[in-house]
Design a binder for this molecule. Sequence first.
Ligand SMILES: Cc1ncc(COP(=O)(O)O)c(C=O)c1O
Length: 394
Amino acid sequence: MTSFARRAERVQPSAIREFLSLAADPAITSFAGGYPDPRMFPIDELHKIYDDLLTPGNAAALQYAASDGLPELRALVAARLTADGMKCTADDVLITQGGQQGLDLTAKLFVDAGDVIVTERPTFLGALIAFNPCEPDYRSVPMDEEGMDMDALEEVLRTTERVKLIYTVPDYQNPTGRTLSLARRQRLVALAEEFDVVVLEDTPYRELRYEGERLPTIKSLDTTGRVVHLGSFSKILAPGLRLGWVLAEPEVREKLSLLKLAADTQNGTLNMRAAAAYLTNFDIEGHIASMLPVYRHQRDLMLSTLAEAFPSGISWTNAHGGLFTWVTFAEGFDMAAFQRDVLIPRAGVIAVPGAPFYAVDPEPNHARMSFSGIPDDRLVAGVRAMGALLHEAL
Ligand SMILES: Cc1ncc(COP(=O)(O)O)c(C=O)c1O
């Protein structure tokens, strides 16, 4: 095909897709997915809600709605964001198809071909997939246990032209599980101000906190309106609803709304109504609280089994929340090759090799491992099997 637009060159199959199809095989123990645990979807409550919505007098549930989102849902989201330190009203909130659409729309709004997006190193692969059609250049900033290294970020900002966006997942990042410290959040806002750059803050795991204190969002530290804040119902209700939100300054929010109108007109009315009904009639905070011990247990079991089963010289992050730990092997180790040649054929185990999570200069010696939704016995057996093969290989 010669007639594709230039941006189509940057639209490539995701390296993760092949693992997700393998993960559907019941014979495979998958640490690759990172889906929320479906046992925790509030299915009975949603059943009742949809039953009530789909009654003959309630045709409005199937009608078009405003492209910004159902006003009552925007107000309910605004109330939650305000309670989380980001004072706002329904007008400041745009309802999106998950956080993913917020990534797409924000890139479309700010990034021309050749503009620079700064990401964490590593970063969320889905964000790169969303940004790529805008044909950005990337710079990436190393992380440590406190998240993005702010001295390194400053150096990038000082030496790079056309930086438009700094993209960060400050809470329990995908893929590393790391959290950006308070001091670095403050410094990030100051640097964005100094260098006149927009910060894109992506927070789908924020509520899944198993230890440590709750830190203020970057948006809540923003005094000049340069932070675009994304959130999602995917990990606190259910990802199949495809509901997320953007909180941004009026001028930005308005433009994002117009881009959303162009993209898909609106979110599904039925799902927006269902989420509004859930937030109004049920206790979402209680629901979130009930999920935490389950995920905390899964995380603890994975980390303790890694410690018991993996050879020395391999390290992993101690995620205080979210769904992932990030494993680092010795330099020179190629996780993708190990998985393909050894781990899958001999143990039927998969994780996600780390290279695709780098915007530039991929490092092959990492793996993202999710602990979500895996029965205890399979989790332990899978990590042990992987550990035994690593002992052999190293
Ligand atoms: C960091 C991050 N951002 C955004 C998303 C998008 O999620 P959703 O579109 O379901 O809200 C994900 C999903 O895994 C994610 O990990």
